[in-house]
Design a protein around this ligand. Structure first.
Ligand code: SF4
Length: 219
């Protein structure tokens, strides 16, 4: 275990040297994270963020949005794909949160253990481990690791997770092996590293700052 922690700490150190510390993050509330994540499923940031911004601009409160009704929400959500399902899920999620909490805030989740909070969110329609973990990490400050496509790929190449493990299972596995203090920086750094260097096709191993540590290096 100590050996693995040392490995992770060295990776963080080297990636911070390369990409910097405290990489920028967005500042959404937990409910905004939830809606934005539902929009982003099987879509990409270039379409998702403008769509989310338009939704917020047209309907500045969640009450406004629900009052607008399915058809109007659908017409804004359409560009991100899977619009019927996403529109229905956004409406249902907001209705459930309002019914259970009296407002649209998710701050009560801060009083729960991380995994209980995650399970609560996973019971909402259209919410899986990744969406729930993003909401808790970015919206409420939990020390968790959302596993997107970059984290999943780079974690496999670094042998942090088994080669056949899917992204959903990796959420629990990474929690077991990565201490709290390393989770947020590692998450941010592996995403940047996956986008810039350890790309899905033709990873740039020659210029990779962690090639000496990587069991999958091609150089
Ligand atoms: S050495 Fe290659 S495979 Fe390993 S992390 Fe770097 S880019 Fe990815």
């Amino acid at each position: 275990m100590i050996k693995r922690q040392q490995f992770i700490s060295e990776i963080i150190y080297l990636l911070e040297e390369e990409y910097g510390k405290n990489l920028p993050t967005r500042s959404y509330t937990a409910t905004e994270e939830l809606v934005s994540c539902i929009l982003s499923q099987n879509s990409n940031d270039k379409i998702t963020f403008p769509t989310f911004d338009k939704l917020r601009k047209e309907y500045p409160t969640w009450d406004n949005l629900l009052s607008a009704g399915y058809e109007k929400i659908y017409s804004i959500v359409k560009p991100v794909g899977l619009a019927p399902q996403k529109t229905a899920n956004i409406i249902k999620c907001l209705q459930i949160i309002k019914t259970q909490t009296g407002d649209y805030e998710l701050d009560f989740l801060k009083n729960m253990e991380p995994l209980h909070a995650r399970r609560w969110l996973e019971n909402l329609p259209g919410v899986g481990p990744k969406t729930a973990t993003i909401v808790l990490t970015f919206g409420l400050g939990f020390d968790l690791i959302p596993v997107d496509t970059h984290i999943h790929r780079v974690s496999k190449r670094l042998h942090l997770i088994p080669q056949t493990m899917d992204a959903n299972k990796a959420h629990d596995y990474l929690l077991e092996i990565i201490p709290d203090r390393y989770r947020f920086p590692l998450h941010q750094l592996l995403i940047v590293h996956g986008r810039n260097t350890c790309t899905a096709r033709n990873p740039k191993c020659k210029e990779c700052p962690i090639k000496e540590l990587c069991p999958s290096t091609t150089v």
